[in-house]
Write a protein that binds this ligand. Structure first.
Ligand SMILES: Cc1cc2nc3c(=O)[nH]c(=O)nc-3n(C[C@H](O)[C@H](O)[C@H](O)COP(=O)(O)OP(=O)(O)OC[C@H]3O[C@@H](n4cnc5c(N)ncnc54)[C@H](O)[C@@H]3O)c2cc1C
Length: 364
């Protein structure tokens, strides 16, 4: 089987890798450089931010991915020279009132998840860098990956699996005949295929519009800042910390990411001074030790948002051989492994790893 994947972000590259592992001859066609968009820009937290507020459809993909990530990372480290830095740093959720943890506690106990509740005294003992009084709920098993390293590793793994990678090549046509997909074209260059998978992230609606398909995926800009801690203070913050929908993520080398904004700015990926100030105020109030650290970098990415936050992982009715794996919004990194497995099950008509219904274009 010949397959073309449109888009070389995390979803596209992992889809290509999986297709190749199934024996397909795979080409990924990317409009810019590989792995430089949303997948690069993200925080790499391997959990939805407040999972108890998410649908079962998102949590089912997330739960599968969380279990599979250690194995995926092992495979990637065998197939590449890059360590994606999978790290079980745990996720600490902070609230001013313990009553706000009711839903979270119920959600965790229904799933038998390890979660520890800390009152302000216990929190001060365990996380002395936090100076204000808060109540904490700690999920010790939640892990993170370092996005740029994960992408490099997956890219090398694709090369290992003999995936053909074509950069700077925007797909301008989805080629079909009598309801059967025949490949894609980028201006005059044609790529023939029996199967085409659209993984174009925030641009997926534009790609699907080439066939007059109305797919609701919109870009939502997210800005992040990154601190570089001074020598000797690099391990002061150890846990992913979440409060008021913002978060702090400590990397292994002592760099600290702070995110993120949620902005509807179409395809504008620029950064703003206002976001930099807002994120820095949040982070330095929560962790005053960051006041001594330099903000080394600021960036933005465009999340691919479906209206209900649930990705589309499905075939496209009326076009045999055409599939979509996009719209993962705020959770594409944690949802990627299960999304790709479900996609493979649909393409190869295997028993699906999860019920495919919630991920169809027209959900029931
Ligand atoms: C600030 C921020 C923080 C985030 N934090 C997290 C987190 O902690 N955990 C988590 O799980 N998720 C997080 N996310 C979400 C996650 O990053 C995304 O859901 C995921 O990366 C989407 O991956 P993708 O491959 O679909 O899209 P992208 O990575 O955007 O890749 C799509 C690719 O398609 C290409 N493309 C588009 N149009 C065409 C075309 N016509 N022809 C060829 N190629 C095309 C693009 O150039 C791009 O390379 C975050 C996102 C942001 C922005």
């Amino acid at each position: 089987m010949k397959a073309v994947v449109v888009g070389g972000g995390l979803l596209g590259l992992l889809s290509a890798r999986a297709l190749s592992q199934q024996g397909a001859e795979v080409t990924v066609v990317e409009q810019g450089a590989f792995g430089q968009e949303s997948s690069w820009a993200g925080g790499g937290i391997l959990s939805p931010l407040y999972p108890w507020n998410y649908s079962n459809a998102v949590n089912a993909l997330a739960g599968w991915g969380q279990k599979f990530y250690p194995e995926l990372i092992q495979q990637l480290m065998l197939e590449s020279d890059v360590d994606p830095e999978w790290t079980q740093s745990g996720m600490l959720v902070l609230e001013n009132e313990p009553a706000n943890f009711v839903d979270a506690r119920g959600w965790a106990s229904a799933r038998d998840l390890n979660c520890l509740e800390w009152d302000p005294l216990m929190l001060a003992e365990r996380e002395p860098q936090i100076q204000d009084e808060h109540h904490g709920l700690f999920f010790p098993e939640i892990a993170q990956v370092r996005n740029p390293r994960l992408l490099k590793s997956v890219l090398e793994s694709c090369v290992h699996h003999k995936v053909k990678l074509v950069a700077n090549c925007p797909v301008t046509e989805l080629v079909h005949h009598d309801g059967v997909i025949k490949g894609v074209a980028s201006y005059d260059t044609r790529f023939n295929a029996d199967v085409v998978v659209v993984c174009a992230g925030a641009w997926s609606a534009k790609v699907m519009a080439l066939l007059q398909q109305d797919v609701q995926i919109n870009p939502v800009r997210g800005q992040m800042i990154m601190y570089r801690m001074p020598a000797g203070q690099r391990q002061l913050i150890k846990r992913i910390t979440l409060m008021d929908d913002h978060y702090v993520i400590p990397r292994r080398d002592g760099r600290i990411l702070v995110g993120s904004t949620l902005e509807h700015t179409e395809f504008d990926k620029s950064t703003t001074e206002q976001a930099r100030i807002q994120l820095a105020e949040f982070a330095e109030q929560l962790y005053p030790c960051l006041q001594n650290a330099e903000i080394e970098r600021q960036w933005a990415g465009l999340r691919p948002a479906s209206p209900d936050g649930i990705p589309y992982i499905c075939s496209i009715p009326g076009y045999q051989g055409l599939f979509l794996n996009a719209g993962h919004f705020r959770n594409g990194v944690v949802l990627a492994p299960a999304s790709v497995q479900l996609l493979m099950d649909l393409i190869y008509q295997q028993p699906p790893v999860l019920d495919p219904e919630p991920y169809r274009l027209k959900r029931g």
